[in-house]
Design a protein around this ligand. Structure first.
Ligand code: SF4
Length: 754
């Protein structure tokens, strides 16, 4: 599973020179985030000082991590790049496709049967292209990355929004779409808008029932789900140094819930302890050698208000345990007020389930603190009122926790130990009777608690809290239970009180594992055959998209004029469609089915101009494709906002849409369209949106002289025989115009290989 010490040493060897170059240009003390970013510029030493929140910058990430749901399309695309091997160390983690139901062993066996073709594909493609493969059951991507690959001062991207978890080990780690991961694995730069910086100063020290989870629950309450957008959150102060490394990971993990680009902490002794405990002495030694670069300049933390765009201060000594929810992770309620809030708002007080796990809270420390509560309950004659389930974060954590008796303690309290995987956190939970949709409450140690997320029941009120609080509340069976002040009645009718949790930051006897579940790639993968059955309905090898025909695009039919919000969910829905993420043709049957048709206010109901009848968007588009006719999609403001999912750009491309013309784009989606060789255009005059009529046929003129900054002309042929011209702007640079001409960025990469 080898972390790449040579790569890490190379990164560290560049720090001195690169930071000196940045310091000269920025001309003021540097935060940790700036140091890491400037040390990872694609171009090497900085040549300009970037403006936070404005400049677009090319970076060179050190690693790529992918989970099994998103890796499929990322790797299918990578195969198109024609590279023999990935350009940076990369890993795939099978954790999202394992449903929790009966317990670890049975659930894992079932998942392996159900998703064998996906796992086999991911295993063989990893083997071929030099990618480390973590088998189903090996653990949750972010726990495994923290245990094996994260390193202070590194820059990593991952195809999952909680990639940010690695900030706990001092990384800048950012969640991206599969197309970005594909580019970086193919050896291309990765572009990011230089983030703004939010400083969080932690003073004091946690005690009693308060935990690292309560820090981020508090921050979420302050910043709300949007407050971190476009920013890196940098934690510092004596309080930060008092937290364990995995506790820091918990805090960074839920930075995703405040919309932050990522979160991070400076290198300190807790990180060194964690590196050494996870068998990475060499990394700790290398980090110690450049320690000064792995934290902000002293002046920054002395006068933080001068160097951060926003500053928050939290005194850990005053922090109360809390629960956030229901339905949103930023609804903060300290435990002392929970009973009153629940009664006031009609949240069911009876708790049905307590769940511990997810990438947020599944470390050894988490399990040991929760187990200390479980042990007390047993010793004091209590029984759990709620059902109780545990997903350990990795096989290493599970094995060690088993050896140390922690799992036995949970089992003695009737807990079910599920697979080392995401499970209920991503809705992979076959919860008994969830389909009855009864109003009920669950508490969990995960990060997200949107309606339906865990069990599909819109009436499940889910509250996010720390693992030790999950244990206490599951034992009490009551959402209003405050372990700090309340007592419980035991089997003998006595009133007993739970003492505050205790736990081990790291296992005193060290970590152990028999089989971590890792498969190293073949040294030479050239003869490895990638496993994709032509009959599969879940996987399909990609064909390169056709190059531009070299002429203006004439006679495009209007497919849909979308009205109002059109997010990537409207363009490519999730839910049941997730299983087709590796099959472009099948998933294309969800193309734009959530978009509202301007002309009749319906979804998935557009006019087929060839027949005059109305039908589903994908079927209508397939009819145009079959007739060899291109089409155009028209949209409103901020078209394509939401996730970075590349399917939203690939599906229209696959089905023969030639252009997307909107009032404005969400930037990531606009870039994704460009990467796939599509035309992404904006109305030069937004009112021209009103000129587009249902039966329009449209020409795009000016492509033979397509150039940066020069608008294109669109000719609208209306059904009554009249026509009018409008102007469309675009943001294509020279390179992106080459992508368009070649039929997509991957076609260029492949050509350059040959
Ligand atoms: Fe995502 Fe939950 Fe899995 Fe974490 S545990 S990677 S949040 S699904």
């Amino acid at each position: 599973m080898a972390f790449d010490i040579e790569m890490i040493k190379k990164v560290y060897s560049q720090y001195d020179e690169r930071i000196a170059a940045a310091r000269k240009l920025v001309n003021k003390p540097l935060t940790l985030s700036e140091k890491i970013l400037y040390a990872h510029l694609w171009a090497g030493n900085a040549t300009e000082a970037y403006e936070r929140g404005t400049s677009y910058v090319d970076f060179a990430p050190d690693r790529v991590a992918m989970q099994d749901a998103t890796a499929q399309m990322a790797l299918l695309q990578f195969m198109q790049a024609g590279r023999p091997k990935v350009a940076v160390p990369s890993t795939v983690h099978c954790d999202h496709l394992i449903q929790a139901r009966d317990g670890a062993e049975q659930d894992l066996t079932r998942a392996k049967n159900e998703s064998s073709e996906v796992f086999n594909f991911l295993s063989s493609v990893s083997n071929k292209y030099g990618i480390g493969f973590w088998k189903p059951g090996a653990g949750i991507i972010h726990q495994v990355v923290l245990e094996n690959y994260a390193f202070p001062g590194g820059l990593m991207i991952g195809t999952d929004s909680h990639t940010v978890n690695a900030g706990g080990l001092g990384m800048i780690a950012i969640g991206v779409g599969g197309a970005d991961a594909c580019d970086v694995m193919a050896g291309l730069p990765w572009e990011l808008k230089f983030p703004k910086l939010i400083g969080v100063k932690l003073t004091g020290k946690l005690s009693g029932w308060a935990s690292p989870k309560d820090v981020i629950l508090k921050v979420a309450g302050i910043l709300t789900v949007k407050g971190g957008t476009g920013a890196i959150v940098e934690y510092f102060g004596e309080g930060a140094e008092s937290l364990s490394c995995t506790g820091k990971g918990t805090i960074c993990n839920m930075g995703a819930e405040i919309g932050a680009t990522t979160s991070t902490f400076g290198y300190d002794e807790s990180m060194e302890r964690y590196l050494r405990a996870t068998d990475r002495n060499e990394v700790a030694d290398a980090a110690n050698a450049i320690k000064g670069h792995l934290t902000a300049d002293a002046e920054v933390y002395a006068n933080p208000e001068q160097y951060f765009d926003q500053l928050i201060e939290i005194n850990l000594s005053e922090l109360e345990p809390s629960l956030n929810g229901p339905f949103t992770p930023d609804l903060y309620t300290p435990v002392s007020r929970m009973r009153e809030e629940a009664e006031k708002n009609g949240w069911p007080l009876t708790v049905e389930w307590g769940l511990i796990g997810s990438c947020t809270n599944s470390s050894y420390e988490d399990l040991s603190r929760a187990a200390s509560i479980a042990k007390q309950a047993i010793d004091k004659g209590l029984v759990t009122k709620a059902e109780f389930g545990i997903n350990p974060g990795s096989e290493q954590v599970r094995y060690t926790a088993d050896r140390d008796g922690l799992l036995k303690t949970f089992e003695d309290l009737n807990a079910t130990i599920f697979t080392n995987a995401c499970g209920p956190c991503i809705g992979m939970w076959d919860r008994k009777d969830a389909d009855k949709q009864e109003k009920n409450t669950i508490v969990h140690s995960f990060n997200r608690n949107f309606a339906k997320r865990a069990d599909g029941n819109p009436n499940t009120y889910a509250f996010v809290t720390s693992p030790e609080m999950v244990a206490a509340i599951a034992i009490s069976g009551n959402l209003g239970f405050n372990p700090v002040t309340d007592t419980l009645t035991n089997k003998n009718g006595e009133q007993v009180k739970l003492d505050p949790p205790v736990g081990d930051e790291l296992p005193t006897k060290g970590f152990a594992v028999e089989d971590a579940g890792y498969q190293a790639p073949a040294a030479d993968g050239s003869n490895v055959v990638v496993d994709v059955a032509p009959t599969s309905d879940r996987l399909q090898l990609l064909e390169p998209f056709a190059a531009w025909e070299g002429t203006d695009l004439k006679g495009l039919k209007l497919l849909i004029k979308a009205k109002g919000k059109c997010t990537t969910d409207h363009i490519s829905m999730a839910g049941p469609w997730l299983k087709y993420r590796g099959h472009l043709d099948n998933i294309s049957n969800n193309m734009l089915i959530g978009a509202v048709n301007y002309f009749n206010d319906n979804t998935d109901d557009v006019k087929n101009q060839l027949t005059g009848t109305y039908g589903a968007v994908p079927a209508t588009q397939r009819a145009y494709k079959a007739a060899g006719i291109g089409s155009i999609v028209v949209g409103d403001e901020n078209y394509g906002e939401g996730s970075s999912r590349e399917h939203a750009a690939m599906e229209p491309r696959h089905l023969g849409v030639r252009a997307v013309l909107v009032k404005s784009f969400a930037r990531i989606h606009e870039t994704n369209l460009k990467k796939q060789g599509m035309l992404g255009l904006t109305f030069a005059n937004k009112d021209d949106y009103n000129k587009i009529l249902e039966d329009d046929t449209i020409d795009i003129v000016g492509l033979t002289s397509f150039a940066p900054g020069t608008p294109l002309t669109l000719v609208l042929h209306h059904a009554d025989g009249t026509k009018e011209e409008i102007l469309a702007n675009h943001t294509y640079n020279k390179q992106q115009i080459e992508w368009f001409k070649a039929g997509g960025a991957l076609n260029i990469i492949r050509k350059n290989q040959g």
